[in-house]
Design a protein around this ligand. Structure first.
Ligand code: EAX
Length: 355
C-alpha cells in the first residue's frame, strides 16, 4: 500500500536505521527508546516527542479558492505550521485538484492522500452512520448543529469513521443548503415537482427531493458547473457561500432560501497517516482542527450575511421568505424510511438537544 505520508530530511534514514536496530532487541519499532523493552513512546509506534521529522500533509477540497473552505484552511495551515515549528507542512489543493469528495475519501482509505475537507454528502458510501446529520430539517439553526456536533453525539459519529481507515479530526461547516434552478421561483414543495436537480451522492437528499416530485441526479461537485451551464440539470442545491464562490449566479436564475438541510463538513486524515505521526503532532492537529472549525463557522456566517445581496446584484432572483412548514411536512416520509437505519432515539435526541 503506497505510503502517503511524506517524510523529508536525511534524519528519515537515521530514524529507519535506529528503528531496525531496536527491532533486533525488543521486536518493537520505536524511536528514542532504550534496549530494555522500554520504548520512548508508551508502547505504541508513535514517537511521543520531536523525532526531527518534517511531515507534509496534503489536504484536498472541491471548492473555489474564494470559498469558506479555502479561507478556513489557510488559517489552519498557518497556525499548524507555526505551532509545530515547521514539522508539519500543510499543502492545500482547492477546486477538486485531487478529485471529487468521494474519490478523495477513497484515496485516504488507500493511504494515497493524507487529508480531506469534505461535506458529509458522499459519506453514505463509507460510514452510513454519520449521515444521520443529512436528514432534512434535522437542525433548527447553526447553534443547534454546532452544539450537537461539538458534543458527545458528534464525537461518537467521528469515532464511527475509524473502522473505515478514516480519522475524523473535527466538524467543519458547509452551511444550510438552498435550491437554485433555471425554470421558476421555488416557493413551495409543489415547485420542486418536475425539476431535475443535481444532488450530492447522498441517498437521503435524493429521497427528500423525490418526495416533492423532483428528479434528483447524484453528481460529483467537480462536474456541477458545466452540467448547469449545459442544461444537463435544471438546478442544484448548496449553501450561499458555495453558490457565490463557485459563481453559480452565472448559470442559475432563481435562488430560494429553502434551508432544507444543514450540511456539516468533516476534516479527515487517513488513519494510517495519523498513526504514523508523533503524539505531539497528533495533538496539534486535533486541537487546531477544532479551533479551525470554530473559525471557519464564523467565515460561513459572514459570507451568508454578505453574499445574498451580491447574488441579487449578479442577477439572481432570490425568494427569501420561504414558508418552510410545507417543505417539512413533505419530507416527513424520509424520517420513516431512515428510522431503522439511525434509530428513533438518536434522531429524537438530536432534534430535542438542548442548545
Ligand atoms: O463540500 O458537493 C457539494 O455540493 C458540496 O457542497 C461541495 O462539494 C462542498
Amino acid at each position: 500500500m503506497k505510503k502517503a505520508l511524506m517524510i523529508s530530511g536525511i534524519s528519515a534514514m537515521a530514524v529507519a536505521l535506529a528503528a531496525c536496530g531496536n527491532d533486533d532487541n525488543n521486536g518493537e519499532a520505536n524511536a528514542g527508546g532504550d534496549n530494555n523493552g522500554n520504548n520512548g513512546n508508551n508502547g505504541s509506534n508513535e514517537a511521543s516527542g520531536d523525532d526531527g521529522e518534517t511531515y507534509t500533509l496534503s489536504i484536498g477540497h472541491t471548492l473555489a479558492e474564494a470559498s469558506h473552505y479555502q479561507e478556513g484552511l489557510e488559517e489552519f495551515k498557518e497556525i499548524v505550521e507555526e505551532r509545530s515549528d515547521g514539522r508539519l507542512q500543510i499543502d492545500i489543493f482547492a477546486d477538486g485538484a485531487l478529485g471529487g469528495e468521494r474519490e478523495m475519501i477513497e484515496s485516504l482509505q488507500m493511504g494515497d492522500q493524507e487529508m480531506v475537507l469534505t461535506s458529509t454528502g458522499p459519506m453514505s458510501g463509507f460510514a452510513e452512520e454519520v449521515t444521520v446529520v443529512d436528514l432534512p430539517f434535522l437542525f433548527e439553526n447553526h447553534d443547534h448543529a454546532h452544539t450537537v456536533l461539538d458534543g458527545d453525539i458528534g464525537q461518537g459519529l467521528l469515532d464511527e469513521l475509524e473502522p473505515h481507515d478514516l480519522h475524523g479530526l473535527a466538524w467543519w461547516e458547509n452551511g444550510f443548503r438552498h435550491v437554485t434552478n433555471n425554470n421558476h421561483p421555488v416557493e413551495g414543495p409543489e415547485d420542486i415537482d418536475g425539476l431535475s436537480l443535481r444532488t450530492m451522492e447522498n441517498d437521503i437528499h435524493m429521497a427528500a427531493f423525490e418526495e416533492m416530485g423532483g428528479d434528483p441526479t447524484p453528481m460529483s461537485f467537480t462536474e456541477l458547473f458545466t452540467s448547469l451551464q449545459q442544461g444537463v440539470v435544471d438546478g442544484q442545491e448548496n449553501p450561499i457561500p458555495v453558490i457565490h464562490s463557485s459563481r453559480f449566479y452565472e448559470v442559475q436564475d432563481h435562488l430560494s432560501l429553502t434551508n432544507h438541510v444543514y450540511n456539516p463538513s468533516i476534516m479527515m486524515i487517513s488513519q494510517e497517516v495519523y498513526d504514523e505521526l508523533p503524539e505531539d503532532l497528533q495533538e496539534i492537529l486535533r486541537e487546531e482542527a477544532q479551533a479551525g472549525a470554530e473559525n471557519e463557522r464564523e467565515i460561513v456566517q459572514r459570507m451568508e450575511e454578505e453574499f445574498i445581496g451580491d447574488l441579487e446584484d449578479e442577477g439572481m432572483e432570490v425568494v427569501q421568505d420561504v414558508d418552510l412548514d410545507p417543505f417539512i411536512d413533505a419530507v416527513q416520509p424520509v424520517y420513516e424510511e431512515y428510522e431503522d437505519t439511525f434509530g428513533a432515539d438518536l434522531i429524537e435526541e438530536i432534534q430535542n438537544y438542548d442548545y
